[in-house]
Design a protein around this ligand. Structure first.
Ligand code: PMP
Length: 445
């Protein structure tokens, strides 16, 4: 497996040579909140797959729904005017789920990148139908992650996901990240940073012309950029500016939509109603590639009132509303609700954050601790004064030691990201914190 992995499998985020020099751990089974590798070692999965397996790996109702749907109707298209009972039922349940956020229509996709692409396209189309075809530009945040399609890469706020693919979409501009630990504003006060970015947004709007901007896209809590939790005023400020200038607000909730932050959606946690919301990942508990863009009444009304004014919608996927994915999502929603995982994410998240703060007090290596619900991060530094990021070997040592201790973590640059299933117990939280403690000790900090 190790040889063929290096020879034949092109890994998304790793250089082929890296796979030869440093072969990955290979996972072959999972149960509850644990995964087992091919050596037979069992680990608590503190990554939750990839922030998506919110209900753990043994969620029988979701597995059974997938089996039943395969028997009843393994595939049919919703692309060309046909529909399926399962996809329709899911759109109804999602409208119920998201009505508090003002979102009542679902556009089905095959994952997060598709959801972002869909939202960007719908935003431009909305303005075209609405008589403002010149509104084509997008605003995003540095450190934001929005998937890998060209639209998503264009709004991505991390050079690694952009540089090799340029030229990207024209007319995209990025505001600073609401990042207290490192920012260009010479302050660590999150409320001041929120105000500073709001001023940057207004300034950029004045420069670009409000009537050229289609939408702003943001994650309510920035995930892959290192779990950056903005001040509570930040998203409401962005919403207010968008409203003032007729700009749509797209919430990229691919990570945050189903309880991960301790609120049912990240936007709701900040008291904001977005115009479009991108979801994917936990919508099927990670068991099937699937996503949905949720659409506000205001946006839907423009499309529905257009009577085909700009031709057809012209956007969709072969797998939009895939019945097996839709069945998985229906069962996932039901379990997510029944287990009230948002409440557990809030309670366990507070314990985890307190544990991580203790690690910061103990280990010089920890420069910053961040988190909301069960999305948390440690930022590792080689020097607390200069905030120079920890060396690659140091970060690897933390990972390897935690692994040996039986906990799978995720490292990304000099960040350690913790995003376990939302059904973890207080004991699981202790296991994660003590494995990190051992890792930080072994790494010499
Ligand atoms: N948006 C956000 C906020 C994400 O975290 C991700 C994936 N990590 C995506 C979009 C892209 O999703 P996918 O990998 O399913 O295409």
């Amino acid at each position: 497996l190790i040889e063929n992995n290096a020879r034949h499998m092109w890994h998304p985020m790793a250089h082929p040579a890296e796979m030869q020099a440093n072969p990955p751990h290979i996972v072959q089974a999972a149960k509850g909140v644990e995964v087992t590798d091919v050596e037979g070692k069992t680990l608590l999965d503190a990554v939750g797959g990839l922030w998506n397996v919110n209900l753990g790996y043994s969620c029988e109702p979701v597995k059974q729904a997938i089996r039943d749907q395969l028997d009843a109707l393994p595939y049919y298209s919703t692309f060309r005017g046909t529909s399926t009972d399962t996809a329709i039922e899911l759109s109804y349940e999602l409208a119920e789920w998201f009505k508090t956020d003002g979102l009542t229509r679902a556009f089905f996709t095959s994952g997060g990148s598709d959801s972002v692409e869909t939202a960007l396209r719908l935003a431009r189309q909305y303005h075209k139908i609405n008589g403002q075809p010149e509104r084509t530009k997008f605003v995003a945040l540095k450190k934001g992650y929005h998937g890998t399609h060209f639209g998503g890469a264009s709004v991505n706020g991390n050079a690694n996901f952009r540089r090799n693919y340029e030229p990207l979409l024209p007319g995209v501009f990025h505001l600073a990240a609401p990042y207290s630990y490192r920012n260009p504003f010479n302050t660590t006060d999150p409320a001041e940073i929120a105000q500073a970015i709001a001023r940057q947004f207004e300034d950029e709007i004045a420069f670009q012309g409000a009537d050229t901007i289609a939408a702003m896209i943001m994650e309510p809590v920035l995930g892959s950029g290192g779990v950056i939790v903005p001040h509570e005023t930040f998203m409401p400020l962005m919403r207010a500016i968008c409203d003032r200038h007729g700009i749509l607000l797209i919430a990229d909730e691919v990570i945050t939509a189903f309880g991960r932050t301790g609120a049912w959606t990240g936007s709701r946690g900040w008291g904001v109603k977005p115009d479009l919301m991108c979801t994917a990942k936990a919508i099927t508990n990670g068991y099937f590639p699937f996503g949905a863009v949720m659409i506000a009444e205001k946006v839907a009304a423009v499309f529905e009132g257009s009577k085909g004014a700009v031709g057809s919608i012209g956007h969709g996927y072969t797998y939009s509303g895939h019945p097996v994915g839709a069945a998985a999502a229906l069962a996932t929603l039901k379990e997510t609700n029944r287990l009230n995982v948002a409440a557990n994410a809030a309670a366990r998240g507070a314990e985890l954050l307190a544990g991580l703060e203790d690690l910061k007090a103990k280990h010089e290596l920890v420069g910053d601790v961040r988190g909301r619900g069960l999305m948390c991060a440690l930022e590792l530094v080689s020097d607390r004064k200069t905030k120079a990021g920890a060396a690659k070997d140091t970060v690897q040592k933390v990972f390897d030691t935690a692994y040996a201790e039986g906990v799978m973590i995720r490292t990304s640059g000099y960040n350690v990201i913790i995003s376990p299933p939302l059904v973890i117990t207080a004991d699981d939280v202790s296991r994660i914190v003590s494995a990190l403690d051992a890792g930080l000790t072994a790494a010499g900090g």
